[in-house]
Design a protein around this ligand. Structure first.
Ligand code: SAM
Length: 277
């Protein structure tokens, strides 16, 4: 039987797998925020009193880090219920559960999450004061249109001017990476790519931490996606340009590119292809 392209359900099942759950729970307990994350959160989220929305919170590594930095109005969501359970447990263990609301939601269908939607009318200014989608979670959504949908949905629940911080890999970050992607381009031209992949730039691999789907964009792709979904690009840099991370962080995660954007003031999204909801 021919292999089927990866969907969000595949990714969710992979994150709910006990091997992945242990990996992310361990990071939430023992690794915490990376130095680069802390520096950029301080820079782009200077007001600790705002309501924050963290997408793809996993087992709570960043969520609990935000609490440690002084944020007290945190809403965090993930579509993988096993990871969320770990995050809830960690918040309870640290006695901080009253400041953090965890919800199960799919970033591409955030408008269907009643709890988050129902929070919006009570917020002043209308919407979250900032959003984060850390450690490449956005790039684990298969299909560019779906990643754009997630960016649009985050736009829709954030207040005008709210910052968004996220990371991606970068297909061009090293000569080795560029050479590898040139070879992969030839495979796609010949139709010889892994049939489970959705688009050029996708990878699906298995290692000791479980199965991982990841889309690796180039810089232009993300700039276009931000512009099409109501976000103004403000900053991007490779992690090594921001700081030198500890060996523990380098072991946990490869090089990545950090992105900061700001939600456009107007509420209409500039993407003509946007479907009315
Ligand atoms: C690489 S993990 C990072 C977890 C956590 N933020 C951390 O840094 O340890 C990416 C997370 O994004 C979540 N994720 C991926 N696609 C998602 C989607 N469409 N909706 C909600 N969560 C999603 C995964 O379940 C996973 O927890």
């Amino acid at each position: 039987m021919p292999a089927k392209p990866i969907t969000g359900s595949t990714v969710r099942a992979d994150f709910n797998d006990p091997i992945a759950v242990v990996h992310y729970a361990r990071a939430a307990h023992f690794l915490g925020l990376w130095q680069s994350e802390r520096l950029l959160i301080e820079r782009f989220f200077p007001d600790h009193s705002v309501a924050l929305l963290e997408a793809g919170c996993g087992a709570g590594r960043v969520t609990l880090g935000l609490w440690d930095m002084g944020f007290r109005r945190i809403t965090a969501f993930d579509f993988a219920e096993e990871l969320l359970e770990q995050a809830r447990q960690l918040a309870r263990e640290r006695g901080v559960e009253k400041d953090i609301a965890f919800h199960q939601a799919d970033a591409t269908q955030l408008s269907q999450c009643h709890v988050i939607r129902d929070m919006l009318p009570g917020m002043k200014p209308a919407g979250f004061g900032g959003a984060l989608f850390m450690f490449n979670g956005l790039m684990q959504i298969p299909g560019r249109e779906n990643r754009r949908a997630a960016l649009r949905q985050l736009h829709d629940v954030c207040a005008p001017g709210a910052p968004l911080l996220f990371t991606t890999h970068d297909r061009n970050h090293s000569p080795m990476e560029r050479a590898m992607w040139r070879l992969e381009a030839v495979r796609w031209e010949r139709g010889e790519q892994d049939a489970r992949l959705v688009e050029f730039g996708d990878r699906y691999f298995e290692d000791e931490n479980g199965r991982t789907f990841m889309h690796l964009p180039d810089r232009e792709e993300i700039l276009a996606d931000l512009a099409a979904t109501g976000w103004t690009h403000e900053y991007d840099a490779l992690r090594r340009e921001i700081t030198r991370e500890s060996q523990a962080v380098q072991n946990f995660s490869d090089e990545c590119r950090f992105w900061a954007a700001r939600r456009d003031a107007d509420s209409s999204v500039r993407d003509p292809g946007r479907k009315p909801r």
